[in-house]
Design a binder for this molecule. Sequence first.
Ligand SMILES: [Zn+2]
Length: 232
Amino acid sequence: MEQQIQQLFDNAKQIVFLTGAGVSTASGIPDFRSANGLYTKDKNAEYYLSHRYFESDPDGFYQFAKDNLYFPEAKPNIIHTKQAQLTQQGKAAVITQNIDNLYEVAGTKNLVDFHGNLFNVYCEKCHQSVDWHDYLTSRIHQGCGGPLRPDVVLYDEGINQNNIQQSLDYLQEADLVVIVGTSMRVYPFAGLLDYRNRSAQVVAVNQQPLQFSFPFTMVQQDAVEFFNDLTV
Ligand SMILES: [Zn+2]
């Protein structure tokens, strides 16, 4: 850990972490965009996670979700827990693209699940919430016979307005923006950077170098190592 970087964290009044799949892979959760096998031979994972597909082939959607998205045994790693500690100190917020619930398990406060959460399941017909264990047993709501679905943003659906507003509020308040485990290429999430406070410093922690059109500090390092070394 370079002293300068540690000082950025120490001196920050309010940090926002913008995070993605790279945070979860350290917990053994594969990035579903790179999911391979049967389903990805002729169509990409994005197609299998669209509402169009959910409606046209409910069994296929259900099977894809169960096989590629749900990892109920996964545990938070040091990246989650250090970020969660900073949020508990009232010093940080987290806006994540991840839908795996690990930030919740780590006790994160000030959290936006930008794309929703797999472990919140509801019936699309009667809108009742259902325990996710029940969903992994059957995709049909026992109460009304309607189709169950996880409360995640599918590829042809819009982002929840409250999540957008909360994200913009956190970004306006932050004087340090830290990008972790994402290359910030998927929109609309990537567009959040445009709404940062213009006085905020930006740091990116990533194995591969990232490029942006504004000045930022690139920490080319494994995120697990980085957060192991970070004193919070
Ligand atoms: Zn129902």
